[in-house]
Design a protein. Structure first.
Length: 422
């Protein structure tokens, strides 16, 4: 048997860091990654023969659990008819119609292959539609790895941005303005200064990439009002929250309608799918109807469309309220277990997502998230994995539950947490 350690050694010789996406390397929690052999329901199985209760769920997509039989069957039947055509197929129309039924604000949309492509294309469209260059994003929000979004705030309040990684030219992020999450005043200030140059505000309507940080009451409504006042587009990046916060996503849950929405993760049911869409008048600027260019060889891939459609159909029969109640009860229990060990813990929770931040400070934005004790989290992660529980390999991530998680899974996780020593 080839162990995870053996695979990781081979992997590091051919893949930078041994991985195809950096957090998977587990460096932040001071250990090596385990290699997965298979996954089913709430469980993952490693090549070493270990079974793990999974709370990462491929970083969100697997809300039905791994290997949902109907999704697998739909994808299998599609593949047998051909895995890519490069020509229109019925599945693209069916998935788009299903998305619009659940999110009526997405009057028209385009399918792509990742969340990164969705946000990158939505930004180009917003710029093309408005004829403006600047965008506002929030500190700690992640919108994929395209250049314009990889900026971090420079000194001073929400002002000049600097590239967040080598390889991004300063002039590319010169148009990216950054504000603290949940800080409406900072956004208003940016609009007052740059007003008619701002093409769009892009926001995770519940932020999930600095740990879970829900919007404070009035925040999303305030962004909506400012965008309308200044003629900028409001983009909700619902790559995590779409079909997760409710069937209609965050926009249905919070009752705020963006101009454009980006989707990913759940929409592909575990296959590579992203999507951007919104008001018809805006979407008609996308080529070939309009002048804003966007394309993709594998966009609307038939197997991925079939998996996405089967996922949405299954979700329409699922009880989101029940999963939310069970997730909240589980998160509270886990928090109590940790607090009994003397750790300060802040709990943020929405629907089937929560983050327990190891800090005394309530977490409402990236600065407060950064007060967390990452060493304590690393200790927690390593012992939980040893005990058969797969948590995100970073404290700045979400804990996801799925419709496949049982009360036994939660009880076993709490037992494992009780045995952790800090
Ligand atoms: C994951 C994520 C993305 C990027 O999606 P990929 O499929 O990884 O390219 C974009 N936005 C948000 C909010 C995400 O969580």
């Amino acid at each position: 048997m080839t162990s995870s350690a053996d695979w990781f050694r081979r992997a590091q010789d051919v893949l930078p860091g041994g991985v195809n996406s950096p957090v998977r390397a587990c460096r932040g929690v001071g250990c090596d990654p385990l290699f997965t052999e298979s996954a089913r329901g709430s469980r993952m199985h490693t090549v070493d023969g270990q079974e793990l209760i999974d709370f990462v769920l491929s970083w969100g997509p697997m809300i039905l659990g791994h290997c949902d039989p109907e999704v697998v069957e739909a994808a299998r039947r599609a593949v047998e008819r051909g895995s890519s055509y490069g020509a229109p197929c019925p599945g693209e129309v069916e998935l788009a119609e299903a998305v619009r039924r659940l999110m009526p604000g997405m009057e028209m949309m385009r399918m792509v292959s990742s969340g990164t492509e969705a946000t990158m294309s939505a930004l180009r469209l917003a710029r093309g539609f408005t004829g403006r260059d600047k965008l506002i994003k929030f500190d700690g929000c992640y919108h994929g790895h395209s250049d314009a979004f990889l900026a971090s705030a420079g000194s001073g309040l929400a002002t000049l941005s600097i590239p967040g990684t080598p390889g991004v030219p300063a002039d590319v992020v010169a148009h990216t303005l950054i504000a603290p999450y949940n800080d409406l005043e900072a956004v208003e200030d940016l609009f007052n200064r740059h007003g008619r140059e701002i093409a769009c505000v892009i926001v995770e309507p519940a932020a999930g990439n600095m740990g879970l940080v829900p919007p404070e009451p009035g925040f999303l409504e305030g962004l909506r009002a400012l965008c309308t006042r200044f003629g900028a587009l409001l983009i909700f990046d619902e790559v995590i929250t779409g079909f997760r916060l409710s069937l209609g996503g965050a926009q249905a849950r919070y009752g705020v309608r963006p101009d454009l929405t980006t989707l990913g993760k759940i929409i592909g049911g575990g296959f590579p799918v992203g999507c951007f869409g919104g008001r018809r008048e805006i979407m008609e600027h996308v080529a070939p109807v309009g002048a804003v260019y966007q394309a993709g060889t594998l966009s609307g891939n038939p197997a991925a469309m079939a998996a996405g459609l089967a996922t949405l159909r299954r979700l329409e029969a699922c009880d989101y309220d029940a999963l939310e109640r069970r997730t909240l009860a589980f998160a509270r229990d886990l928090k109590s277990v940790l607090e009994e060990k003397g750790l300060p813990v802040q709990m943020n929770h929405v629907a089937s997502i929560f983050t327990l931040f190891f800090t005394k400070t309530p977490v409402t934005d990236f600065d407060t998230a950064k007060t967390m004790d990452t060493e304590a989290y690393a200790t927690f992660f390593r012992q939980m994995r040893e005990a058969g529980v797969n948590l995100a390999p970073s404290g700045y991530e979400c804990t996801f539950t799925s419709f496949a998680h049982t009360e036994e899974d939660f009880a076993a996780t709490l037992d494992a947490a009780r045995r952790v020593r800090f």
